[in-house]
Design a protein around this ligand. Structure first.
Ligand code: KG4
Ligand code: ZN
Length: 363
């Protein structure tokens, strides 16, 4: 197989990232991966502000690319192509990345390869572990929640996803309601470890309905009500109340993800994969209770479980460079007409999901 070295560029949400990935006959190698986050910029607003994100990307992208090339010890002339996230995401940020990639390609003559951000996440198990098709992917982050059967680099079946919020948003909102720091996931997880998960009876949304679709916005409201109930009764929240609320919330998310994963595995196993595998991606996959539950569901179904290193589960450009390599090997690349797309479902045949959260379209 021809050795390919691609630069990847990612700017679809609140991380500005550039990376260089090389693949020949063996496993892919990440030669460099630079990620510059924007948490501090958005912190005062309690969520990602699209205009601030777009401006920060525009200001930082050149520096990230220069750093990624320097870390890899390469110049533009050593590259075989430039891959860039062309959607889905916050459109101002996506445009910043696409314009930079087009400029670099126009100047160097290198091929331009537009990559779907979700394909980047979905192909990460191949970048990290050489996973064989078809595998099942659960993408759970602050912006996404969906089950995908990954049949090929360009071929995905979406089995279901959230119809409203992503689980990460629910963790973040819960933290905010309880006065815990952002991002809320790690804080809620820490509190939950000291709490009683049975104290508050929270809903398990959509478990009563068949299929793999999920809903997390009702859980936020349920937490708000439970909190207000305690406050009305006692005049405030004790440390234990807070821990119990976190534990009850996390248990509800775990139950929903575990049961929907059971169903998704059944649908996936109907494709008769030779080496069945469930892989996760997204920041919420860092949650140890969720991981443990998914691992157990997989063990029961005799399916291997893979959680790539966290830095490659969350937004990064190595996954974009790698997805670009896979696409380029299929003989595909783009012209200067490549468009930045706010919505871009991976599975064009499945009905589009409702809802567009603060981090952009859920696709
Ligand atoms: O994939 P990611 O880094 O970024 C985007 O979605 O853009 O995911 C971030 C999300 C946040 O909502 C954060 O609260 C959540 O992942 N998260 C967690 C944990 N660590 C991060 N949620 C639950 N438990 C965790 N340990
Ligand atoms: Zn992402």
């Amino acid at each position: 197989m021809k050795t390919l070295t691609l630069l990847g560029i990612e700017s679809s949400c609140d991380d500005t990232a550039a990376a260089v990935v090389r693949q020949g006959d063996g496993p892919a190698q990440i030669l460099s991966s630079v990620v510059v986050g924007q948490n501090a910029l958005h912190q005062p607003f309690g969520g990602v502000v699209p205009e601030i994100a777009a401006r920060a990307h525009a200001e930082r992208l050149d520096g990230c690319v220069a750093q990624a090339l320097a870390d890899a010890g390469l110049g533009l002339s050593h590259l075989d192509g430039i891959a860039v996230t062309a959607g889905p995401g916050l459109i101002g940020g996506v445009i910043s990345g696409v314009m930079l990639a087009k400029g670099l390609c126009a100047a160097t003559g290198l091929p331009l390869i537009g990559v779907n951000h979700l394909a980047g996440h979905a192909l990460t198990p191949r970048l990290t572990d050489g996973a064989a098709f078809p595998y099942l992917m659960l993408l759970v982050s602050g912006g996404h929640c969906q089950f995908l059967v990954v049949h090929g680099a360009q071929e995905f079946t979406r089995l279901g996803g959230t119809i409203d919020d992503a689980p990460g948003e629910a963790f973040d909102k819960t933290a905010r309601l309880l006065g815990l720091p952002q991002p809320g996931g790690p804080a809620v997880q820490d509190q939950a470890a000291q709490g009683d998960a049975t104290r508050f009876a929270l809903p398990r949304p959509l478990l009563d309905r068949p299929g793999c679709d999920m809903s997390f916005s009702g859980l936020k409201t349920a937490i708000l009500r439970a909190r207000d109930g305690v406050v009305a009764e006692k005049g405030g929240l004790t440390r234990q109340d807070r821990a119990d609320l976190c534990a009850s919330f996390q248990a509800a998310v775990v139950d929903v993800l575990a049961e929907k994963t059971r169903r998704a595995l059944q649908a996936y196993l109907a494709h008769q994969p030779a080496a069945p595998l469930l892989a996760v991606a997204g920041g919420v996959a860092a949650n140890s209770a969720i991981r443990a539950a998914l691992q157990q569901v997989c063990a029961q179904a005799d399916v291997a479980f893979l959680a790539p290193p966290l830095a490659l589960c969350t937004d990064n450009a190595a996954m974009i460079a790698y997805a670009g390599i896979e696409r380029f090997r299929l003989g595909q690349h783009d012209s200067m007409a490549l468009a930045a797309r706010p919505r871009w479902p991976l599975d064009q045949h499945s009905p589009s999901l409702l809802g567009s959260g603060k981090k952009g379209a859920k696709a």
